[in-house]
Design a protein around this ligand. Structure first.
Ligand code: 3PG
Length: 209
């Protein structure tokens, strides 16, 4: 399952993090992102439309690899998998989430923000984690200082990342990709500016790893 997760996260330097209010926007938005080169797409379970959005993207958007974010418990994990999620993201880690992940065929990207949290996940066999909330927890400098003592753990930092600071993270040895919402701004989604979103995705794709 780690290899499946790694191959999804290696598809692109930036995983879009989406909050979908209107399920009707999910398919055109995902198509716009895929057209710009961003295939792995995280849809957060923060809105009532989220599960239907994942289902629509899984069924209708060729080339997309939909995942579910903001997964807080086992029930959400199972519902997200049933909807067609190919990866699951949680902001932190609980025993319940770890147990749900053990039982599931779909891999978990669990959240961690401190050395102790990373160590606890390593004891559970995890080498790939989400560093959240990245900017607020200490940013690229903080994550860099975990790279030597906690060598072997790699991260997808998320939270406060933008086109301007993404490069600081992507240049670190322990970063595999970053996550962020900046490639799908709410105003552009509401305006149906799919070409504009494809352009943002293309720029994000060019960020060096
Ligand atoms: C989130 O959970 O909201 C993600 O970390 C995205 O954060 P961002 O909106 O700061 O990119």
């Amino acid at each position: 399952k780690t290899n499946a997760l790694l191959s999804i996260l290696k598809l692109q330097p930036v995983v879009p993090v989406l909050v979908i209010d209107d399920v009707a926007t999910a398919v055109p938005l995902a198509r716009a992102l895929v057209a710009g080169g961003l295939k792995a797409i995280e849809i957060t379970l923060r809105t009532p439309a989220a599960l239907d959005a994942i289902r629509a993207v899984a069924n209708e958007v060729e080339g997309a690899v939909p995942g579910a974010g903001t997964i807080l418990n086992a029930r959400q994990y199972e519902e997200a998998v049933d909807a067609g999620s190919r990866f699951i993201v949680s902001p932190g880690t609980t025993l319940e989430i770890l147990e749900a992940a053990r039982k599931s065929r779909v891999p978990l990207l669990p959240g961690a923000a401190t050395a102790s949290e990373v160590m606890a996940l390593r004891e559970e066999g995890y080498t790939v984690m989400k560093f959240f909330p990245a900017e607020q927890a200490g940013g690229a400098a903080y994550l860099k200082s975990l790279s030597s003592p906690l060598a072997g753990s790699v991260f997808c930092p998320t939270g406060g990342i933008t086109a301007q600071n993404a490069g600081d993270y992507l240049s670190l040895p322990n970063v595999i990709c970053v996550g962020g919402s900046w490639v799908a701004p709410k105003a552009m989604v509401e305006a149906g500016d799919w070409d504009g979103i494809t352009r943002l995705a293309m720029e994000a794709c060019k960020l060096a790893r």
